[in-house]
Design a protein around this ligand. Sequence first.
Ligand SMILES: *Cc1c(COP(=O)(O)O)cnc(C)c1O
Length: 422
Amino acid sequence: MVTLDKSKDLFDKARVILPGGVSSPVRAIKPYPFYTESANGCRIKDIDGNEYIDYCLAYGPNILGHANPVIKQAIIDQLDKGWLYGTPTGLEVTLAEKIASLYPSIDMLRFVSTGTEATMSALRAARGFTRKNKFVKIEGGFHGAHDAVLVKAGSGATTHGKPDSLGIPEDFTKNTLQVAYNDIEAMTEVIESNQDDMAAVIIEPVLGNIGPILPEGDYLKEVRKVTEENDVVLIFDEVITGFRLAMGGAQEYFGVTPDMTTLGKIVGGGLPIGVFGGKREILDMISPSGSVYQAGTFSGSPASVAAGIAAVDILEKEKVHEKLEATGNMLRAGLNDIIADKGLDYHVGGIASMFKVFFGDKPLNYQDVLKCDKEGYLQFFHDMLDSNVFLPPSQFETNFLSTAHTEADLETTLEAYAANLK
Ligand SMILES: *Cc1c(COP(=O)(O)O)cnc(C)c1O
């Protein structure tokens, strides 16, 4: 049993000064979150002295675990030279060339500071390039917190999207059309019936923010085909899957090439970053070379880019993805055994270093995930925390593995699953 007395006291202060007591909503664990003191490798330690094996890993970026010493040194070396210039650096060129060499869909790219900025700018570029307004997103797909992508689930594709937040005028979401994931008929139908004003499709190749939910069969290839046939810009939002499924992301893993790609999370080595890139003729539209405006004080921040270069370098040299695929398979097999032993109707989802136990049947889309036992999962989350394992606090968030998780850590984790799953 862990006790969280100091965290509780801190939360009582935090909720007065920070909305919900937190800086981002997913962190508002009920009745109160633990407050972190430090983290190293696969372990995260709270201010009450409890230590957890971490499968949240900051929601994706920390694929090499917390406080990786090589990334840390790269950041320190950069700090010695100053950490914000407002001028171009060679670091940007180095990381940009590296990314372009790994992502054949990316001829050119721009650095921004978050994934939110990356998808916002990618959509603006696609709309500027096509001079069209509408785009399709996947129901339950997450592309950050800007106006055009915060659209209510169930809004449907036949009418225009309804804002999923107060403060967003309906005018800002009326060009956002939604379809279910893994439904190529619905995607084809909405593209064809809006063809004269359809700029783009934006899609997480693997749904990471309500999953992982995987593409069935040739779904991604079919999405590529229908967008190509209709001159619609296909944007893969690889903010999670980029450098996670493979060096070249989901597009390498599944062999499908989009027109544009957004990256974030892993590619900043744990510091804030976002990237949007794609075909030269689209990126040439970006200011100052073209008339699609985009700018940022912190874009290409030297510390973030230096950390990103170090992270990508380690991922490549240590052939991390092969190892993580094996670790992921081992963990998923272990979880499947536990579920079978207990005769539970649960589904173990996942791919590479992403995994999740769904408290329900295998989901193919957002409406399926909604049928899972969310309250049961929340209780299970707390039981796991009591067993010193930190999972994402929601049935809708992916669990992540890192290279810092050892076989012994995985065994401890499987024991905790066996003790707590019911
Ligand atoms: C996290 C995430 C974003 C937003 O990135 P931020 O850096 O949090 O703004 C966008 N798209 C996907 C798929 C994400 O997982």
